[in-house]
Write a protein that binds this ligand. Sequence first.
Ligand SMILES: Cc1cc2nc3c(=O)[nH]c(=O)nc-3n(C[C@H](O)[C@H](O)[C@H](O)COP(=O)(O)O)c2cc1C
Length: 303
Amino acid sequence: MADIHVNLAGISLKNPVMTASGTFGYGTEFADLVNLSDIGAIIVKGTTLHPRQGNDYPRMAETASGMLNCVGLQNKGVDYFCTHIYPQIKDLDTRVLVNVSGSAPEDYAECAARINALDAIPAIELNISCPNVKQGGMAFGVTVEGAQSVVKAVRKTYHKPIIVKLSPNVTNIADIARAVEAAGADAVSCINTLMGMAIDIERRRPVLSIATGGLSGPCIKPVALRCVWQVAQAVSIPVVGLGGISTATDAIEFLLTGATAIQIGTANFLDPAVSVKVAQGISHWLDQHGCRSVQEIIGQLES
Ligand SMILES: Cc1cc2nc3c(=O)[nH]c(=O)nc-3n(C[C@H](O)[C@H](O)[C@H](O)COP(=O)(O)O)c2cc1C
């Protein structure tokens, strides 16, 4: 059988399939349905320095081939994570990464410092691309200066690999990728959700409580592939691809385009075991195509 293990910025993953932040809780919620040790890595919910209530309801809407959400980073804060969640996940037989968000570079840095102390967390993912919060979030990810300010601040307090999650809601994603690489990022993940909107014509109002939300699911895959393609050519650090992946074929498209690993988000809501199925599907495809390792296809798109 083909070797599907990958090395992501020094972190060894047993396969290239990760669950995307905000779509698979802390993983443990799904332990009865999925063998968590078959997942390459779990990226847990967005975590902030202080607890956050999230936005008012309604905060989800279905769209053609996808969904909109404006959950707004609801979480109990990093101290709760360290004392209550970490003990439950630290011995899982997979990699667990924490997704960090904030309203100011100092918040990100302080939150990351507390996670730095957790031995079983090998890396963090910085969310500088959340479109659903009023302060911070995407505001940092849409300018070179904003993106660099967060990465530089976190680089001072966090001493393990930093993956920076990029926003597609920009004019030139390659510029932002180059900027975060220069500021000390060890990898980038792309993409976060695209800013969108849904309308209730009877009420003549937006469906979502804050009017706009983040679009995810199969409908965003072409945009995500384009972003991965542009970013992979712009930087020399590894790229993690996500956006609309629900099958092994989707995942292989991202790997060929230059992603070292992939994440699955919205598809978890339809089938919590989708990550395991995609990992098995990649392995099967590699065997069928005579590849001995997943490395043989990463970035091997022909022009
Ligand atoms: C309900 C929901 C909550 C999310 N929460 C977060 C979050 O806390 N942090 C983050 O970086 N991304 C968050 N995301 C974005 C996803 O991790 C992912 O980038 C996006 O959904 C695109 O992937 P997909 O099309 O496979 O869902 C969230 C997405 C959804 C649908």
